[in-house]
Design a protein. Sequence first.
Length: 309
Amino acid sequence: MSRTSTQVAGVKFDSYICNASGPLDASFEELQSLGESKSSAIMMKSCTIEPREGNPEPRYVRLPHGAIQSMGLPNLGYKKYLDFVKDLKKYSKPIIASVSGLSLDDYVVMVKEFQKSDVDLIEVNLSCPNIEGKPQVAYDFEQSEKILSAIRNLGKKPLGLKLPPYNDFSFQKQMAELILKYDIKFITCINSIGNTLVIDPEKESTIIKPKRGFGGLSGEYIKPVALANVRAFYELLNGKVSIFGVGGVNTGSDAFEFLLAGADAVQVGTVFEKEGSGCFERINMELEEILLKKGYDSIESVKGNLKYL
Ligand code: ERO
């Protein structure tokens, strides 16, 4: 067992670092490369009932410290991901499905089917910011409750929620109450910050095409927001729910900050898109070194131990 091995919702992960749903995880070949990489899990692209091409290009642009994108859920449709699971089992690491319904019924259908599959965890994405006319569900607590109530008893596999950033404790409190009421086993904090705008002053133009340039911001820019959400939920959920931290994990030191805030594991998206699959081993080794230097022998011994001034 390595110093950075961990557990999420009772499922063992060989290291603290895995990929985030989003970049380079939509095709079978990409999922196979994740299997072969040092990502401690195979997290799949959020899927819908029907396959989707996604939004028009340009829809993903790297920025000096992150990225802005409005992908629009390009994916092969959930049936393909169900098929892939059997082949991906050979990598002997956790497989995480991610479902993103366009209606309540979509969530029910997809969660029911993944419950019958060999995936280890099911992440229910309530925070896609990039579908025109579809607000992020997790900002609507009534609609979120309807979905949670409809998907809670469809099987025994742990269900998790991918959440958007909240910037007021009253929102995190409302969501934490739902998470506990509906027995959600893990959360993923945070999705990209939705509907941000980057402008090219030379061209006097937006830099992505969909939605008149509005898109999800990710990477280093959003790390303080992600840390705050991990910490707020860690305090509200009293260790009853596992937490994936995501948003600006670029180095072992970033991962260590998420660990102090209370994350059980971290996911890497923007840096994976830029650096490729070597990032998982690099960040994990950097984290191992930090733990070794500080004399910590496990993730558990540090998790959540943030000091206050
Ligand atoms: O556009 C997307 O496919 C997308 N982008 C995000 O930043 N977050 C998402 O959750 C998502 C699709 C579900």
